[in-house]
Design a protein around this ligand. Structure first.
Ligand code: GLC
Length: 418
């Protein structure tokens, strides 16, 4: 295998998706700036262009609200072929944005970008730091319940149609949704995408928050959908640890961030589903576990939680598929190898889980994940996701975050960790 050639192709993908000061996840299907996709993009750029890496993060934070919230999409300029666009969200600010957030991995990626070139990055980190803190504070003040991070919309999790949300979504009233035209199913085979009922509920939740004036307290009071996402808790905990590291290096106060870490560590305990023996999301409206073993359940090591009770599940899941880690336990009856977040393997999730495993000494498992991802990308290309059963590529092609994690982690020439 000519890995130099694949490295060059990865950069070509980044260039093709580059809109100057931000990247799109992929042409056509996702024509705007997405929050956690951009954090991955910044990490990817940091392997060869620190200036461009910082621009990516700074452009993302142009969308930050006065509340501290960093939206899941920033609509810098009108594009066609995406639903729901700025006309649906109707947020009265410039640049236009969506009204919900996405996994807060930016602090973690900003730290990686900074550490790739400290001399260049120092001033950029100084400038971004306060914005990162206010985003984290927004999560802690509005979304943390019993130490766990709540989402108000499935899209916030970054795992749009994951089974974790199924039960909570049944409470969403779709009678007022009205007519709308999806565009994702004109780009991608509809059988791989969320269903019409899923979409009706997604739109209904947007309308509900809109009617609540995007007021977090009112949304919390009125929405039937409020789920503590195990992936979010782990990713925010990790990001707080990285923020703490930066705070210490830049001589900023650390007390507040240490408090957040303590709270989230307590929350991790509340995510432990004893009956099933793994970390799980929790439906906050009922207090019930979602009984879902997803790839996000394996982010504990990434969050710095050395809980090896999970190794049993990890070993089993890896042995049941040809390419790990599937987004859903293959033993779950809801498993569907090509349906988005209900089975397929995603390279960026592998990178996060693999980094966590390597950092906590599980180097053989970490290497296995890296090799699986290496094969998927080198044999098929920079796809959005792949079948864990046979590696068949699916979703959008030429994806930014798949190229990024190739350059930073999966390529044999990558550094492999932060
Ligand atoms: C889908 C994914 C989400 C991602 C977005 C853009 O909505 O579920 O995680 O950020 O596409 O790639």
């Amino acid at each position: 295998m000519n890995y130099d050639k694949i490295d060059r192709k990865a950069r070509k993908v980044m260039e093709a998706n580059d809109r100057g000061l931000y990247t799109v996840p992929t042409k056509g299907l996702y024509p705007y700036q997405w929050n956690w996709d951009s954090a991955f993009a910044a990490w990817g750029f940091s392997t060869y262009d620190p200036k461009r890496a910082w621009a990516e993060l700074e452009t993302l934070f142009q969308g930050q609200w006065d509340t501290g919230m960093v939206p899941h999409i920033v609509f810098h300029k009108q594009a066609f072929g995406y639903f729901p666009g700025p006309d649906v969200w109707r947020i009265p600010r410039v640049p236009h944005t969506s009204g919900i957030s996405q996994p807060p991995i930016a602090a973690t990626m900003a730290r990686a970008v900074y550490e790739a070139d400290k001399r260049y990055g120092r001033i950029h980190m100084e400038l971004l730091y306060g914005r990162l803190v206010s985003w984290h504070r927004w999560w802690m003040q509005n979304r943390v319940e019993n130490g766990m991070v709540a989402i108000t919309h499935p899209w916030e999790s970054g795992r749009d149609n994951a089974p974790d949300w199924d039960v909570a979504l049944t409470g969403v009233d779709t009678r007022e949704v009205g007519e709308y035209q999806r565009s994702d199913t004109t780009h991608i085979d509809p059988s791989m995408r969320p269903t019409k009922l899923d979409y009706d509920r997604y739109v209904a939740l947007v309308q509900l928050s809109q009617n609540a004036g995007w007021d977090e307290a009112r949304i919390a009071e009125q929405s039937p959908f409020r789920v503590a996402d195990v992936g979010m808790t782990f990713m925010l905990l990790r990001a707080c640890r990285d923020l703490l590291h930066i705070a210490a290096e830049f001589d900023h106060g650390t007390d507040e961030i240490e408090g957040w870490i303590g709270t989230l560590k307590q929350g991790v305990k509340a995510h432990w589903n004893e009956a099933r023996g793994h970390y799980d999301s929790v439906n906050l409206r009922t207090g019930a576990f979602t009984d879902t073993l997803s790839s996000a359940s394996f982010l504990n090591w990434y969050a710095g939680i050395r809980d090896d009770r999970q190794l049993k599940h990890l070993g089993r899941v890896l042995d049941e598929v040809a390419f790990g880690i599937p987004s859903l336990d293959p033993g779950d009856p809801r498993f569907d190898r090509l349906k988005y977040w209900r089975g397929p393997v995603w390279g960026m999730m592998n990178a996060l889980i693999g980094i966590g495993l390597a950092e906590t000494g599980h180097t053989v498992l970490a290497e296995r994940l890296r090799k699986d991802t290496q094969r998927l990308v080198s044999e098929h290309g920079f796809y959005e996701y792949f079948s864990p059963v046979d590696g068949a590529p699916a979703g959008g092609g030429a994806f930014t975050w798949t190229a990024s994690i190739w350059l930073t982690w999966a390529s044999p020439h990558a550094k492999g960790r932060f």
